[in-house]
Design a protein around this ligand. Structure first.
Ligand code: ARG
Length: 897
């Protein structure tokens, strides 16, 4: 089978025109002849025989001109006696005239020279332009031989198409004269679609006209001109798009061009050169042309993809819904490292697809492995849906929906009811399209368009019918949506519940409780506050214990206003007010060090050491808050940036897992699962070095006659996401050497709930096994900050553990407030983190696991260890975590880390 690229024909000339030196030479000659023409018309008396450039030519002429003037001057001098005053008078003006003429001549020459330089160097500079495109041949039927570029049938048709294109170009004054070469790269069904590549050499000042003419469909229409050489070939829909000229270079080197045809009922795989044993090449332009039988579409999945991290100039893979690599048909641009479980399945709209790998001059990365197969083309999408309720999704959900698709679902519920649609998952995002306009891909209901990434939302109708329309354009696709339709009683849309204005139903107890349960806040409007509530200026009611907790709960900050400190005083993190003059005076006036925290912007500003100042290895203290591993040298000895190989994940972060809070493979590479003999997963832990883990002391208590402090009872699993895939090649299983629980751990209060575990042998760091950063004991995790907790614990209170590692985003809660909520059970070694609305929390089986914070640098730090809670996920009952900063020194003592 031939490669789609190799079909250039007649091929030999092609290279010649791409060769830069040929190009330059060609123009130098033309430039010279033109200069000659022009100079001779400007200065008819003289034509330099050998001007090598405009400057020199002009120089030659000016010499001639000057000679004449000089003669005049000499004449004057010779015939003017020095003492003849009359003549002297005359001589003055004459000399001035001569000087003036000289100046004018000089200026003129400079101007002409300048103009010539500008014309030839800038305006007329040759530009190489490449366009790729396709056209439809109407009066031909596709035959298999057209897939093989060396078949006589291919060559015959290519010749005809080529000359038709040339005829079209020739009929256009803005295109014809600059056309160098056209190559037919491939054919596909429908009737026959021909893909081509055209190269132009155009003077700079004509470039825009050429672009415009090529973009103008009208100008690319085949005119029924009897003079056309191939009137037998009827073509239409000729389109061309500007392409990167490097694509033409690829035509010369075909070592990375591949053509693959799907086999009925089979999966075809392909990968980047050298995968997985050696990295893909630098400066590569690789193309895989994928085809399927007529009336089929292609489903393409990247099984693994590990490229250079994404930047504007990084290596990337692009998938096209065409055999031409043209931007308007691009489906996705991929770079970086994706976990194998990431949804990287793409559908084509026709029976062709093109995958391109473009790499720059540096980096060594494994590349990708991909699979594709053919599917019968979807007959129709959408349809009529009846009944009380049901579900529907975008085509091929959760794969990326195909481009150029339109679906309409006409939903009809029993006539006595009304209907609403709830979108549980909604990803209809197109790069660069504002969510306010939804001009490309969208869902439309009545006349409202929805696009972008949205959390669950409901659209209700006031009748028993609703029509949901879905549209995708030719480029960039996404995962799509998963929705359900429900019928409801118009007089009682939410039986036994409260109806949000958006149509969503929430528990009645959630109305006026101070929490926004309806996305539009309709559950918190027109409320009368109870005596346990505080009335915000915007009318909302919030629990009184939220007042003055340093978090803007009202939204208008009114819950934090009354407690702000007087004008010339400073508000400490713990809420205390101190006079401004005490701020940054080197004394901890707040009691929590917050008045001395950020005193100097300058890095390396050394201050007196306090319990709240970061101490460098050289013993000097700096005033910067959280300086560890932030990418900036703050300590003179750079010790704040030492041992920073931690807290990063290899895979591209994504919070877009279809199906809730499952974690992705490699998303939390420090997460450890501790299995107790014959019990399976019991507790979590965090990897902090090759041999040490941090966990909770209460995991290793003596219980029901079993001594959990016995190291031999345990096995640690690292690199694990799915408990049922413990045999996976990336998972590392380790025996435990010793468990050190904090001596002050109190199994009644759970104070000092921390333990460190030493592994029998070191782990190997990998894409799925990485340590988390330990914070300095002065590290600040401020109230209100979002943290992540992960584990395989129960997903509902009293429920069973989860197979897939779960994650939840929760917020740091003010210690005083939390102590009130949890009836004074907190110690300084504990911190409350949760969502007070309830519903998000750690639970049984998560214990010992990590609570991590994403710092500004992007690095993640261990903020806490899952310790205890009053039930799970209940309202106003946040989870309690061992506070890492309070236990940091102990960890250092035990592990040396
Ligand atoms: N003690 C529990 C365990 O052993 C962890 C409880 C955390 N509870 C909570 N609501 N945050 O797994």
């Amino acid at each position: 089978m031939g490669f789609w690229w190799l079909t250039r024909e007649p091929g030999k000339q092609w290279q010649k025109h791409f060769c830069r030196s040929t190009e330059v030479k060609f123009f130098t000659q033309r430039e010279n002849s033109r200069i000659r023409e022009q100079t001779s018309s400007l200065f008819p008396r003289e034509t330099p025989a050998k001007g090598t450039g405009s400057l020199l030519s002009a120089g030659g002429i000016s010499e001639q001109g000057q000679t004449k003037d000089m003669n005049n001057l000499e004449e004057g001098v010779e015939f003017l006696p020095a003492m003849n005053s009359k003549k002297m008078e005359k001589r003055g003006p004459k000399r001035r005239v001569v000087v003036a003429i000289l100046i004018i001549a000089f200026l003129l020459i400079s101007l002409v020279t300048g103009l010539l330089v500008w014309h030839f160097k800038y305006r007329n500079a040759p530009v190489q332009k490449v366009f790729t495109g396709h056209l439809r041949v109407l009066n031909r039927e596709f035959i298999d031989a057209y897939e093989n570029s060396s078949s006589p049938e291919f060559i015959m048709l290519a010749k005809k198409v080529k000359s038709t294109i040339e005829d079209i170009y020739r009929s256009q004054p803005d295109i014809g004269p600059y056309h160098k070469e056209t190559v037919i790269t491939a054919f596909s069904e429908g009737s026959v679609i021909a893909y081509y590549l055209s190269e132009f050499i155009v003077p700079k000042y004509r470039e825009e006209k050429l672009d415009r003419a090529m973009a103008d469909k009208q100008s690319l229409v085949q005119r029924l001109n009897p003079r056309l050489r191939n009137p037998t070939l009827k073509v239409e829909s000729v389109v061309a798009f500007p392409a990167d000229p490097s694509i033409a270079q690829t035509a010369r080197d075909n070592s990375c061009l591949f053509a693959l045809h799907a086999k009925e009922g089979e999966i075809t795989s392909f990968n980047t050169p050298g995968f997985p044993h050696s990295p893909y090449p630098n400066n590569a332009r690789c193309y895989w042309a994928l085809r399927a039988d007529a009336n089929s579409v292609i489903s393409l999945t990247f099984k693994t993809l590990d490229l250079e991290q994404c930047t504007d100039s990084s290596d990337y893979v692009k998938v096209y819904d065409s055999l031409s690599p043209v931007e308007p048909h691009a489906l996705v641009r991929l770079c970086g490292n994706y976990a194998p479980s990431y949804n990287l399945t793409f559908l084509s709209s026709q029976n062709v697809m093109l995958v391109a790998l473009i790499t720059n001059k540096e980096g060594r990365y494994p590349g990708f492995k991909a699979e594709f197969f053919q599917l019968p083309k979807m007959k129709a999408c959408g349809g009529t849906l009846r009944g009380e309720s049901g579900t529907f999704t975008t085509p091929y959900y959760p794969a990326h929906y195909p481009p150029a698709t339109d679906c309409v679902w006409n939903i009809e519920v029993p006539s006595t009811k009304n209907v609403k649609v709830r979108f549980n998952m909604f990803f209809v995002l197109e790069p660069g399209v504002p969510v306010s306009s939804c001009t490309k891909d969208y869902v439309q209901i009545n006349s409202t368009r929805y696009c972008g990434e949205r959390s669950q939302f409901v659209v209700a109708s006031s009748t028993n019918r609703i029509a949901v329309q879905f549209h995708s354009d030719r480029s960039y696709t996404d995962t799509g949506f998963s929705a359900e339709y429900l019928s409801y009683d118009s007089s009682d849309p939410c039986p036994g519940k409260f109806a949000c204005n958006t149509g969503r139903c929430i528990e009645k107890s959630m109305r006026c409780d101070g929490w926004l349960d309806c996305v539009d806040g309709s559950d918190e409007r027109s409320c009368t506050c109870t005596d346990q509530q505080f009335r915000c200026q915007n009318g909302w009611c919030k629990p009184k214990f939220w007042v003055c907790d340093n978090v803007n709960d009202c939204g208008d900050n009114s819950d934090e206003l009354q407690c702000s400190c007087a004008n010339n005083s400073f508000k400490c993190n713990n809420g205390k007010c101190i006079p401004n003059t005490q701020k940054c005076d080197g004394k901890d006036d707040c009691g929590d060090g917050s008045d001395e925290g950020t005193c100097s912007k300058a890095a390396q500003s050394t201050v007196a050491c306090k319990s709240y100042t970061y101490k460098c290895r050289n013993g000097l203290c700096i005033s910067k808050q959280n300086p560890e591993c932030d990418g900036q040298k703050d300590c003179e000895d750079n010790s704040d940036e030492d041992n920073c190989n931690c807290g990063t994940r290899s895979y591209i972060k994504k919070s877009r897992i279809v199906g809730g809070q499952n974690s992705d493979v490699g998303e939390w590479p420090w997460q450890v699962s501790l299995h107790a003999k014959s019990q399976g997963h019991v507790c979590g832990a965090s990897l902090i070095s090759e041999t040490w883990l941090v966990s909770a002391a209460h995991c290793f208590l003596e219980l029901q006659g079993i001594s959990y402090s016995d190291a031999s009872l345990w096995t640690a699993y690292l690199g694990l996401t799915n408990q049922s895939k413990r045999n996976d090649a990336n998972v590392q299983m380790k025996q435990i050497k010793r468990i050190i629980s904090h001596r002050s751990f109190n199994d009644y209060t759970y104070d000092y709930d921390i333990a460190v575990i030493e592994l029998q042998s070191p782990v190997t760091f990998s894409a799925v096994v990485q340590p988390i950063c330990l914070p300095d004991s002065t590290h600040n995790f401020p109230v209100g900050k979002d943290l992540w907790v992960t584990g395989w614990g129960a997903t509902v209170e009293g429920g069973s553990g989860s197979t897939i590692l779960q994650k939840a985003e929760i917020r740091v809660i003010n210690q005083t407030v939390c102590n009130r909520l949890l009836t004074d059970q907190l110690t300084e070694r504990m911190m409350c983190v949760g969502v007070l609305t309830g519903g998000v929390d750690a639970c049984q089986g998560d214990s010992g696991g990590p609570l991590v914070s994403v710092e500004n640098s992007g690095r993640m730090f261990l903020a806490g260890v899952v310790s205890w809670g009053d039930g799970c996920a209940q309202r106003n009952k946040p989870g309690v975590y061992s506070r890492l900063t309070a236990l940091r020194t102990w960890i250092k003592q035990q592990t040396g880390l």
